[in-house]
Design a protein around this ligand. Structure first.
Ligand code: PRX
Length: 637
């Protein structure tokens, strides 16, 4: 029996109706198509109060057996993974399902040899090399919980995440290539580990061939370890509700939280959405340009494609190296059929000029996709015409780290598409729009807060070590609903258009940051008293980061040297505390922030000024010091 594949609009509609009428029947039929050691006792248990969501509990499985072992008979010699390096002149790597299976088993044995076991948390901080995919699957093979940290985060960020999950091991590399740059990854890990006593072992993959500091009894080279292990490794039998991974993501308050996904539901959901949204065919080459450090990489570079027996392309580089034609060159080189990228990449390549695209045929492309942030109509049209050659359907996929997989999207060529609209909910997904006071908006052509009213298998189960935070963040604003933090609009026919975050989260180039998180980082800079951060529209990044900063000694607006100096201090503090990706685009020095009498910063005003809308700031009479608004307006960057 195969997983349900929808091929027509009528089938979509019928499946959707069935999934709402009988969600449990719908998802158990999908779950039945996987290899289980033992079927579940209860298909679904749930309440959104606690919250408690359990899918297929009592079911026994290992996700890697479904990603690898079950394909060996039919697809053993089929390509599972193509790796394209940063430098186009370096040799690419291809691994068949049989080879990938063997490598995962070997790596799993290396983990075991070094003391890892089921339930341990293992931090992975690595570049986009095949060993990253292998390491991730190796953790899953032995039942260890992986926590992949994007290799652009700072030592401080790694340390925070390792401490939160009490990881016992780190999997890393000597260094990494990113465009023209080479970055000393191991050195960053060493710095992080100064404050992480829980880490007992570090396994290092050689990528650059650099001499690195190896701590005795703690650090080992992967290539040495591989010589000592067997190539067979029986998969650990997991409960469907055992955690598979933790992935940290930013929210509107405090430090990033560890979103927890479990084995069974996540497996069913990523496979189902992968096959149906992209309309994957057996011979397709699929390329998702995300980094495995984000949820998109987890679900649509590793798990979704491998569960479906697809060929997944892993790219080490960046879209603009050696030039802005790199994506298109890779598509032609490997005959990519399905291409999945982010609006920010599309916009930056659009700005680089058409010549880079026109130099390649892109004939192999059949489906193109977008994820991570709203895609504006101009970018959508450019993508459609110049990349998709007006013949490939575009899937604009809306989802989140917390949702595990795609929630709202058209299905390529099956359900219709509309620029800037994610469009249709997946079968099994029951989105609703709520008013600010929590009433369901039933009519179309309305805007509201996007919530989901019934559980789906891929949803988060908790936030690691702090279930109350999970409840408060997602389930307490509106009783009985999962609250996404996004605002959305339904058009006359019922298609959804995502408007953007309604909370204090900024989406920069598809990466999420809490304003508080960036403010905390800025406040670490010497001489800073306080700061307030807001997002503003940015042509390439979608949203840019605009910081208002109050310093101990006011900086005169005409003192360029002092401004530059302080800017440098602030950027350094942000890079040290979060990483380069969170650097503010604009920093305005102010003598105070607009606050209410109770001390609350009125971000609405700051947002408007940053957006360039200074004429209509609304009521400012409740401010402690209304004069500050004039100063802020005058100094706008
Ligand atoms: O605001 C939405 C935006 O990205 C947020 C989720 O970010 P993250 O957990 O990092 O996951 C990104 C990749 C799945 C959402 O709350 N977002 C994601 N996809 C879209 C989007 N906004 C508009 N359209 C999308 N297709």
């Amino acid at each position: 029996m195969a997983l349900k594949r929808i091929r027509t609009k009528e089938e979509y509609e019928a499946s959707y109706a069935e999934s709402v009428k009988d969600p449990v029947g719908f998802w158990t039929a999908q779950a039945d198509t996987f290899d289980w050691h033992q079927k579940w006792n209860t298909a679904l248990e749930w309440d959104f109060e606690t919250p408690n969501v359990r899918w297929f509990a009592g079911g026994k499985l290992n996700i890697t057996e479904n990603c690898l072992d079950r394909h060996l008979k039919k697809r053993g010699n089929k390509l599972a993974l193509i790796w394209e390096p940063n430098d186009p002149h370096e040799r690419f790597v291809r691994l068949t399902y049989r080879e990938l299976h063997e490598k995962v088993c070997q790596y799993a044995n290396v983990l075991k040899r070094n003391g890892a076991k089921k339930g341990d948390r293992i931090c992975i901080y690595m570049p986009m090399v095949p060993e990253l995919v292998i390491a991730t699957l190796a953790c899953a093979r032995i039942g260890a919980i992986h926590s992949v940290v994007f290799a652009g985060f700072s030592a401080q960020s790694i340390a925070d995440r390792i401490q939160d999950a009490q990881c016992s091991m780190v999997l890393t590399s000597d260094g990494l290539n990113r465009g023209h740059k080479q970055i000393p990854v191991k050195r960053v890990v060493d710095e992080a580990l100064e404050t992480c006593p829980s880490v007992l072992k570090v396994i290092v993959t050689e990528r650059l061939g650099w001499a690195v500091n190896m701590v005795e009894d703690r650090d080992v080279w992967l290539h040495d370890e591989l010589k000592l292990v067997d190539k067979h490794c029986a998969a650990e039998v997991m409960d469907a509700e055992d955690p598979l991974f933790i992935l940290y993501t930013s929210g509107s308050t405090g430090k990033p939280k560890g979103v927890v996904h479990t084995c069974g539901g996540y497996m069913v959901y990523t496979d189902y959405t992968f096959r149906n949204v992209f309309q994957h065919e057996e011979s397709d080459i699929f390329w998702c340009t995300a980094d495995v450090g984000w949820i998109t990489g987890h679900s649509y570079i590793i798990y979704g494609p491998l569960l479906a027996g697809a060929t997944t392309l892993v790219f080490e580089g960046v879209p603009t190296f050696p030039d802005a034609g790199r994506f298109w060159q890779v598509i032609d080189k490997h005959g990519v059929n399905i291409f999945y990228t982010a609006p920010t990449a599309i916009r930056s390549l659009m700005a680089a000029g058409l010549d880079h695209v026109l130099a390649y045929s892109l004939d192999s492309l059949r489906v193109i996709g977008s994820v991570g942030e709203p895609i504006n109509e101009e970018a959508w049209n450019w993508y459609k015409i110049h990349v998709g050659k007006d013949r490939c359907p575009i899937v604009d996929t809306w989802w989140q780290t917390e949702t595990g997989g795609i929630m709202i999207s058209s299905m390529a060529g099956v359900t219709d598409e509309k620029p800037s609209h994610a469009a249709w909910p997946m079968p099994g997904i029951q989105p609703v729009l709520l008013t600010a006071d929590g009433k369901e908006i039933l009519e179309n052509e309305q805007e509201g807060l996007l919530c989901v009213k019934f559980p789906w298998p891929g949803m988060l189960r908790t936030t690691y070590g702090d279930h109350e935070r999970c409840r408060q963040t997602y389930f307490s604003s509106y009783k009985g609903y999962y609250f996404t933090g996004d605002g959305a609009r339904r058009d006359a026919d019922g298609r959804y258009r995502i408007i953007g975050r309604v909370d204090d989260v900024i989406n920069v180039s598809g990466h999420r940051f809490g304003t508080a998180e960036i403010e905390n980082a800025i406040n670490q800079a010497k001489g800073v008293v306080e700061s307030a951060v807001v997002g503003y529209p940015h042509d390439i990044k979608g949203q840019g980061i605009y910081a208002y900063v109050v310093c101990e000694k006011p900086i005169p607006t005409d003192d360029k040297a002092a401004i530059e100096n302080m800017r440098g201090e602030i950027l350094e503090a942000v890079v040290a505390s979060i990483g380069r990706i969170a650097k503010p685009d604009k920093i305005q020095f102010v003598t105070g922030l607009p606050k209410t009498r109770s001390g609350k910063i009125m971000r609405r005003i700051l947002r408007k000024v940053a957006e360039g809308e200074t004429s209509n700031l609304g009521d400012t009479t409740t401010l402690l010091d209304p004069a500050i608004v004039d100063e802020i307006k005058e100094g706008k960057l």
